[in-house]
Ligand binder design. Structure first.
Ligand SMILES: NC(=O)c1ccc[n+]([C@@H]2O[C@H](COP(=O)([O-])OP(=O)(O)OC[C@H]3O[C@@H](n4cnc5c(N)ncnc54)[C@H](O)[C@@H]3O)[C@@H](O)[C@H]2O)c1
Length: 246
């Protein structure tokens, strides 16, 4: 069976919709979890639940835009658990704005979190990742198709996709590197999008609904598991068919 027994997983953005669903699933599958988000306090309940069910988890406050913060947490995880088998670079923001309204600061903030954050995690984790480990980043359908009124977001996710493909070459054969690319997920992140263009989004989705966070979590679990042992440099799409167009 698909199992994370004996695997140490470092995850960013653990307090988000996809983060929480992923944490709950990986805990069920036996992972030892190092959960990070901007504040460790926000993760307290999640950690308590995992421990109450006999699992192992720690929470840490990390700002992915700051490499020192990321490096400190990676080192603390490796010290506590011995190594890091899996990195899930999940933290991200989805700001809205038409081109003329995107300020320099907003452009840089989006790149700082969505791209620099992934880069900091990937660069730092290799010191602690043994052969057979793997890195997974959350991209987005926006990184493949673009996203109206979210050009800065789409640009960051395109950058993540090419960063991860490049690292798949560089870190092979010991470490696999992949992306999961969701379409819109039933979560606070897309509440505003659904308010503005919800009907259009659903019309363009063969399955005619948003993904549930748990459905993205299952794709993450597969790609991060040994079941995906010969998969690297790839992107697994989770979008109800919307990528094929119509
Ligand atoms: N929700 C969607 O519809 C959707 C679709 C496609 C891709 N994605 C991607 O999936 C990932 C997770 O999305 P989500 O829906 O769970 O989002 P979310 O907003 O629920 O969670 C994101 C988490 O990232 C954290 N975060 C933000 N800035 C940070 C920083 N500087 N340092 C550390 N953590 C920070 C937030 O605190 C939050 O807990 C993101 O990368 C997102 O772009 C989401």
């Amino acid at each position: 069976m698909l199992s994370f027994d004996g695997k140490v997983v470092f995850l960013t953005g653990a307090n988000g919709a996809i983060g929480r669903a992923t944490v709950n699933l990986l805990a069920e599958l036996g992972a030892t979890l190092w959960l990070t988000d901007l504040s460790s306090a926000s993760l307290g309940g999640l950690v308590e639940d995992i421990r109450a069910q006999g699992g192992r988890a720690e929470a840490d406050g990390v700002d992915v835009t700051r490499s020192a913060s990321v490096d400190r947490s990676l080192a603390a995880c490796a010290e506590a658990f011995g190594r890091i088998d899996v990195l899930i670079a999940n933290a991200g923001i989805f700001p809205r704005g038409v081109l003329s309204d995107i300020s320099d600061d907003e452009w840089r903030r989006t790149f700082a979190i969505n791209v620099d954050g992934v880069f900091h995690c990937c660069r730092g984790v290799t010191r602690f990742m043994p052969e057979g480990g793997n890195i997974l980043a959350l991209a987005s359908i926006a990184g493949h198709r673009g996203s109206r009124d979210h050009a800065h977001y789409a640009a960051t996710k395109g950058a993540v996709l090419s960063l991860m493909r490049s690292l798949a070459w560089e870190l092979a054969p010991g470490i696999r590197v992949n992306c999961v690319s969701p379409g819109p997920v039933d979560s606070p992140m897309v509440a505003e999008l659904m308010q503005h263009r919800g009907e259009q989004v659903l019309r363009g989705t063969p399955q005619q609904r948003l993904a549930q966070p748990e459905e993205v979590a299952r794709a993450i679990a597969f790609m991060a598991s040994d079941w995906a042992s010969h998969i690297t440099g790839q992107t697994l799409h989770v979008n109800g068919g919307s990528f094929i167009g119509g």
